[in-house]
Design a protein around this ligand. Structure first.
Ligand SMILES: C[S@@+](CC[C@H](N)C(=O)[O-])C[C@H]1O[C@@H](n2cnc3c(N)ncnc32)[C@H](O)[C@@H]1O
Length: 397
């Protein structure tokens, strides 16, 4: 799609003085067709040096690239100057629009509510986790996700604020967070961004058994330019031994978001055994107790129908698993609360268990854990949960 001469001249004349101040990146995209959109992103030179300007050759290079992209059909073009300013035009018509993210527009993007993860100051994070497009826009689909992650950030805030209030956190003694079964590590990035905005120095280590997710998490951390983050391929069991060295001390917040099945129990056991002052845990799929209930007698269940119907048994087993996890945390000296972290229309696995150790600096004394009380409870319920076995020392973490 060749540009006509008039459009080309108009765009060049309008863009050139704007580009003197520098730009972060240029995004050349095709119009959307059947939900498909081709896109090319080119890094820019960044802001012009103080009192200086971007040179002619660099500007000419961008204009030529823009014309070549338009010839390939990438006519929807955006020059992102910085997180608050974009230049947009359609190369077919050549009318340049300068779009500024002022306070009123930022508030609209935030769904009418002031949020800590703002579209301007947290643009790097939002782009890296796929919420903001390269051209600085947030689509309607991602606007919902944006609100969810902002809400999650706020749910986690009391946990880190509590630790920051309990001890001096500075560059020499950063806050230490361990993310177990981190996967894409989105929660880690959200926490790290909240702490960056609050100027709280951080060391965060994420582990997962999958090489590909670890590679991606490392690449994302580099893309955002976040400091103090490391990711490693390891099992939760391996992390127990290695984490204090990676973090420069035992973890203060242990995070486990949707760690599969009993991996959640391994994460909780690691945190409890290590005396972690805080835990943020969103359990995932649970199969263990559902199987035990199916194999056990109907008389162990409060209502016979739970035994007879698989769906009811599964739902009961989910509640029982998480309830027993909460009992065990309390038995080991944690104060626990359970909140919904995202609406159930998005995921059924939407409980966030927040636990704080009542005496965070006290020595860990397994002999004082009230495990026998929970064991008596589980006997009556006809189950033998993984976390209890791990804490009793019958299983290896
Ligand atoms: C459902 S994903 C959740 C990932 C991430 N926390 C999130 O919420 O996006 C579960 C992750 O747990 C990891 N995983 C399961 N068992 C593990 C174990 N024992 N040690 C380390 N990672 C484990 C899997 O490789 C997978 O990436």
């Amino acid at each position: 799609m060749a540009m006509n001469k008039a459009s080309r001249g108009r765009i060049r004349r309008a863009l050139t003085p704007q580009l003197r101040r520098g730009w972060e990146r240029a995004v050349f995209a095709s119009p959307e067709e059947g939900g498909e959109r081709r896109e090319e992103v080119r890094a820019g030179p960044g802001p012009a040096p103080e009192g200086g300007a971007i040179d002619d050759a660099t500007i000419a290079g961008l204009l030529e690239a823009a014309e070549a992209a338009a010839a390939e059909g990438l006519v929807k073009q955006t020059i992102v100057v910085d997180e608050r300013r974009r230049l947009t035009y359609d190369a077919r018509h050549g009318h340049l629009r300068v779009r500024t993210l002022d306070e009123a527009k930022a508030l609209k993007v935030m769904g009418g509510k002031a949020r800590s993860l703002r579209p301007d100051t947290s643009a790097g994070l939002l782009r890296a986790i796929g919420i903001m497009n390269a051209d600085g826009t947030i689509s309607a689909k991602h606007a919902r996700k944006y609100k969810q992650i902002s809400h999650l950030a706020e749910l986690c805030r009391p946990t880190w604020e509590r630790i920051v209030g309990q001890r001096e956190v500075d560059a020499a003694r950063p806050l230490r967070i361990l993310d177990l079964a981190c996967g894409n590590a989105y929660l880690s990035f959200i926490l790290a961004e909240s702490l960056r905005l609050a100027e709280v120095p951080l060391r965060l280590h994420g582990v997962d058994v999958r090489d590909d997710v670890i590679d991606r998490a490392r690449a994302r951390a580099a893309e955002i330019g976040m400091e103090g983050l490391s990711f490693e391929r390891a099992t939760i069991g391996e992390a127990a031994a290695a984490a204090p060295e990676r973090l420069g001390g035992p973890p203060e917040i242990v995070v486990a978001l949707h760690a599969c099945d009993t991996a959640t129990d391994e994460a909780l056991a690691l945190a409890i055994r290590g005396g972690a002052p805080a835990i943020l845990c969103v359990p995932c799929c649970q199969h263990e107790l559902a199987g035990q209930l199916a194999a056990g007698p109907a008389s162990a269940l409060p209502v016979p129908a739970i035994h007879a119907h698989g769906l009811l048994r599964g739902a009961y087993a989910d509640v029982l698993t998480d309830s027993l996890r909460c009992e065990l945390l309390a038995a080991c000296g944690y104060q626990v609360d359970v909140v919904e972290f995202v609406g159930s229309e998005h995921t059924a696995k939407n409980l966030l268990i927040r636990a704080h150790r009542r005496w965070p600096t006290a020595a860990v004394e397994p002999g004082r854990w009230r495990l026998a009380e929970v064991r008596a409870l589980t006997r009556g319920l006809g189950v033998d949960p993984c976390l209890l076995r791990l804490l009793e020392g019958a299983g290896a973490v």
